[in-house]
Design a protein around this ligand. Structure first.
Ligand SMILES: NC(=O)c1ccc[n+]([C@@H]2O[C@H](COP(=O)([O-])OP(=O)(O)OC[C@H]3O[C@@H](n4cnc5c(N)ncnc54)[C@H](OP(=O)(O)O)[C@@H]3O)[C@@H](O)[C@H]2O)c1
Length: 276
């Protein structure tokens, strides 16, 4: 896929949330690159940037051919703290630059009242500086819905390239998708597989059988056909390969609609009420 600033972003992406720091993380990243992934998603709060970086250096593919994302955690929001957080992520990863850096969660009104918008704007100003200093190639948001995005968009010199949100057939996020489409912001799907639980859905597994594909592959395909870049995590080589092999088939408009009609649910926190 392509970002509005012309940068290519490989699809799908490999997620590393909940992979513990250590050999298992390094091996999973190496396995992902071996399977064909060129896009690795991590975050300071995952606590595995050192091992993720080791995997990136050991995988045999040059960093220039990979796309690496990290995120500034909630405790580091603000101008100076965001600059320092990025520096630490780069040091932990052992990299000179990031392809994409995201604000992990917006400051929300429940926690910060009237100050929420200005905290997000200050954090965004630091993100812009990181681009100016060529430390990161693209910047974006995560878990920002239209109500959180408004202040950032109004004051931005550089528009966000990405918004990474919980998105899957049970959470269609129509308003956020519409705003992102209007502004040229690419939406990335976290927990695209519903942390694995969506794989038990009988509607999706029925469609998967018809295509000779797995349920995970159909969900990833469904995201892509909606113009959303899916991220999936696994520590198992077979599943890593399975989740990457999502090209070469097409869901029909009626299958797309059937999948979108499964009951609504949310696995993660809502950004308006997240208290972390
Ligand atoms: N920005 C944010 O706030 C945010 C929040 C959450 C996640 N993310 C990003 O999005 C990525 C993906 O989301 P996620 O990790 O929450 O959930 P996910 O990718 O939807 O699901 C991961 C779970 O599904 C299992 N799984 C994966 N592929 C499978 C397959 N083919 N068959 C059966 N089970 C399978 C994994 O188990 P095994 O590992 O045991 O195979 C794991 O338990 C994260 O890793 C992270 O990079 C971002």
């Amino acid at each position: 896929m392509k970002l509005y600033n012309g940068c290519e972003i490989p699809c799908p992406g490999f997620g590393t949330f909940k992979i513990p720091e250590g050999e298992i993380c390094t091996e999973s990243v190496v396995e992902a690159v071996k399977a064909g992934y060129r896009h690795i998603d991590t975050a300071a709060v995952y606590g595995n940037e050192c091992s993720t970086g080791k995997g990136i250096r050991q995988c045999g593919v040059k960093q220039s051919e990979l796309f690496v994302t990290s995120k500034v955690w909630n405790t580091e929001r603000g101008y100076d703290t965001t600059l320092r957080a990025c520096e630490k992520s780069l040091a932990d990863l052992g990299l000179d630059y990031l392809d994409l850096y995201l604000i992990h969660w917006p400051a929300n009104r429940m926690q910060f009242g009237d100050k929420a918008d200005s905290i997000n704007v200050d954090t965004w100003r630091a993100m812009e500086r990181l681009v100016d200093e060529k430390v990161v190639r693209s910047i974006g948001l995560s878990n920002f819905y239209p109500q959180h995005m408004a202040a950032v968009l109004a004051g931005a010199n550089i528009l966000p390239a990405v918004d990474q949100i919980e998105y899957h057939p049970g959470l269609l996020q129509e308003e956020t998708l519409a705003l992102c489409r209007e502004k040229g912001i690419l939406v990335e799907a976290w927990s695209s597989l519903g942390r694995g639980k969506l794989l038990e859905d009988t509607v999706i597994s029925g469609i998967a059988r018809k295509h000779g594909k797995t349920t995970a592959q159909v969900i990833q395909r469904w995201c892509i056909q909606n113009g959303v870049l899916p991220l999936a995590k696994s520590v198992h080589a077979e599943r890593i390969r399975e989740n990457f092999a999502v090209s070469g088939f097409e869901l029909s408009p009626s299958e797309m609609a059937e999948i979108a009609a499964i009951p609504e649910f949310r696995y993660g926190s809502h950004p308006d009420t997240a208290a972390f």
